[in-house]
Design a protein around this ligand. Structure first.
Ligand SMILES: Nc1ncnc2c1ncn2[C@@H]1O[C@H](COP(=O)(O)OP(=O)(O)O)[C@@H](O)[C@H]1O
Ligand SMILES: [Mg+2]
Length: 326
């Protein structure tokens, strides 16, 4: 459904100088550099998939989505969505897709929300019966009734996002692009948006790509994650593999029968101790069975469990570790 090959988007950055001599020199000799916002990425996405596109700020997520939706023309590479080259046949293409850019509304600012939706009906030539049944459904799922008569400018961020989601889906697009759909929302509003996205994917089989830097979004919604940083695709696969590949240390939490003395374990370090409970950290490669048999040799143990690091901690470690330079 989506094929991306060696996709690049480079921006020319002009350097500005404060001192006038530098300005003159700048004028005489072009002083610019190239920013590789998206740098040679390839992937493909099947119909009905829901993919999380992760990365820190400035990683290149929005730029990728803008190329996928046809708003930006790539510097190089190949891109095909549902049989279309997005920026070449935009008119026909936009009928296939829906897009929500979290930072910018697609609604008319001063029109009552319902009139924005009606305008979209004309633009997309949505048959009236279809329009009505979709509107009924989205009204229920997204609780639109409370603000359908209010203009976009007066909506809260959460309401605006709900209205934008509705607007993006009224013409039954096969693919939905969501750029930071939960940004700035409180926990309850986020949850509601996530449930809606999940339902659309399940009930309608809509292919969804969602960019976010909120790991909980991906954890709750996606089984597949792609990760980008500095324009490079660092990872593409199952969320659980991301964990396995980049996940930091695991933890072994042990409840002893009595305060342990002379406690030492090869391949594990004690990271906390409270009363009879001791928490060890150990590398992913270390075999848990070995740790446990070493422990039970010398100590009486009441209970133990192994904890995987939170995906959020994993991602943070990846970001902080700057994998590209590794
Ligand atoms: N129109 C533009 N001109 C110059 N640089 C841009 C432009 N759009 C984005 N960038 C730069 O490209 C990089 C990637 O931006 P973006 O795709 O918006 O990142 P993300 O959405 O992951 O936060 C950033 O360094 C950003 O400053
Ligand atoms: Mg962005």
């Amino acid at each position: 459904m989506i094929q991306v090959e060696n996709l690049c988007k480079h921006f020319e950055i002009r350097h500005r100088h404060k001192n006038s001599w530098a300005v003159l020199r700048n004028f005489l000799k072009r002083d610019s550099s190239t920013l590789k916002a998206v740098d040679d990425i390839s992937f493909s996405i099947q119909k009905g998939e829901m993919v999380g596109y992760l990365g820190p700020n400035g990683a290149g997520k929005s730029t990728t989505l803008k190329m996928l939706t046809g708003l930006l023309v790539p510097t190089s590479g190949r891109l095909e969505v549902n049989g279309f080259v997005p920026w070449q046949s935009r008119q026909k293409y936009v009928a296939q897709i829906g897009a929500v850019f979290g930072q910018r509304s697609s609604l008319w600012w001063d029109l009552p929300t319902i009139e924005s939706l009606e305008l979209l009906q004309h633009i997309y030539k949505i048959p009236t019966a279809r329009f009505s049944s979709n509107l009924e459904m989205f009204k229920k799922l997204l609780d639109l009734d409370e603000f359908l008569q209010s203009p976009a400018r007066s909506l809260s961020l959460g309401q605006r996002m709900r209205a934008d989601l509705c607007a993006a889906l009224m013409h039954d697009p096969a693919i939905l692009f969501l750029d930071e759909p939960t940004i700035g929302l409180d926990v309850v509003a986020k949850q509601r948006i996530r449930e809606f996205i999940q339902q659309i994917n399940q009930d309608r089989g809509t292919t969804i790509i969602l960019t976010t830097h909120d790991m909980a979004d991906v954890q709750k919604l996606c089984t597949r994650a792609m990760m980008i940083d500095h324009g490079k695709l660092l990872f593409d696969g199952a969320l659980s593999d991301l964990q396995n590949r980049f996940g930091g240390q695991r933890r072994l939490i042990v409840d002893f029968e009595e305060p342990p003395t002379q406690l030492k374990l090869a391949n594990a370090t004690i990271i906390s101790q409270e009363a009879l409970r001791i928490t060890f950290a150990f590398a992913r490669e270390t075999r848990v069975a070995e740790l446990i048999s070493a422990l039970t040799r010398d100590h009486a143990i009441r209970d133990l469990r192994v904890e995987e690091p939170e995906i959020e901690a994993t991602i943070r470690a990846i970001y902080e570790g700057n994998l590209l330079s590794a």
